[in-house]
Ligand binder design. Structure first.
Ligand code: BDR
Ligand code: CA
Length: 322
């Protein structure tokens, strides 16, 4: 059984990634930690509970994490995921925040990793604030993980959020820097370019969401807003070019669930630019050094970046089973 810990800023594609993990055979989600990002951390907790409810998995503990970046900023993608992060279609019967654990996300991450040393894959589909705080609280935390799967960063100089940065890294560049430099465990990254090259066509989405299941109906409801925005703006840089849905977070999740998904990987030294007028503007560009000349710290591993296109047919993994 694969043990996962998932760190989310539960927008639409995070929801999709969580549903994928819950539907996967031989996968146990030990907990979901929430962080600021697509919306406020309170909304993220609420959204995560909604997803768990629709998947009949409310027994999975949900933990509240950081409400802002390490330096106190807060970007949000309200115009893409909706103000509440899930397409602004509130459910009056949604579970209340009293179901969120009293233990904080960072403490929970450290505890869970210590209880299952070498067995837990951490999947981070959000700004990396919780992870950075965890390694500062317990520097041995990353070494207790089996691996870290990140959706974030960009391999060329065009981000999807700020001039040069991908949203999860732009929302907390200091945290991304800390994680990439101080997590001494295998790191796998699904960066923006890889995910945007592997979008789901709207025709595929129609078939996917037409399934007769509670999960498909939920997904269809929360999906409508971002689909409308993507199509209306057509060149919506944040989540693709408008010709389909980019299920960014699902790619990091898929890699954690199924090792064979990591195809066409490249192993490179990476870090994050924290200064610079244009590359910061206002937040950090992810720098991948393909010539292996970035200095590595003792014991530091070079992350594997997912390459170009997933092999044909891989998107099937993204179907929400009925
Ligand atoms: C990332 O930003 C968020 O909006 C998505 O959920 C994904 O994690 C893509 O840049
Ligand atoms: Ca996300």
């Amino acid at each position: 059984v694969k043990k996962l810990l998932v760190d989310v800023d539960c927008g639409v594609d995070d929801a999709q990634a969580i549903m994928m993990a819950l539907a996967a055979p031989d996968v146990r989600v030990l907990g979901i930690t929430c962080v600021h990002g697509n919306t406020s951390v309170e909304n993220v907790c609420r959204n995560t509970l909604r997803v768990l409810k629709v998947c009949h998995s409310l027994e999975i503990p949900v933990f509240r994490g950081a409400s802002r970046s390490i330096l106190g900023h807060s970007l949000n993608l309200g115009h893409f995921h909706g103000k509440d992060g899930l397409g602004d279609v509130p459910d009056p019967k949604a579970p209340g925040l009293e179901l969120v654990q009293n233990e904080g996300a960072v403490e929970a991450m450290i505890r869970i990793a210590s209880e299952h040393v070498g067995e837990v894959s951490l999947v981070a589909t959000a700004p990396l604030t919780n992870l950075a705080l965890a390694v500062r609280l317990d520097p041995t935390f990353p070494q207790k993980l089996k691996g870290l799967y990140i959706m974030g960063g960009n391999t060329d100089s065009r981000g999807n959020s700020t001039t040069c940065a991908e949203f999860n890294f732009a929302a907390d560049p200091e945290a991304a820097y800390i994680v990439l430099n101080d997590f001494l465990c295998p790191i796998y990254m699904a960066c923006w370019e890889f995910t945007s090259l592997n979008k789901l066509s709207w025709e595929f989405c129609d078939l996917w969401l037409a399934q007769d299941s509670e999960k498909a109906r939920f997904m269809e409801k929360i999906f409508a807003y971002c689909r409308k925005v993507s199509c209306a703006e057509r060149c919506h840089e944040e989540m693709g070019d408008g010709t389909g849905f980019v299920p960014c977070d699902s790619y990091a999740m898929a890699a954690a669930i199924d090792d064979s998904f990591m195809v066409e990987c490249m192993q490179v030294a990476v870090t994050v630019e924290l200064t610079g007028t244009y590359t910061r503007a206002p937040a950090g560009q992810h720098v991948a050094h393909h010539h292996h000349v970035l200095p590595a710290k003792r014991g530091q591993r070079q992350p594997q970046l997912a390459g170009r296109r997933a092999p044909h047919g891989r998107c099937q993994a993204l179907q929400v089973p009925a």
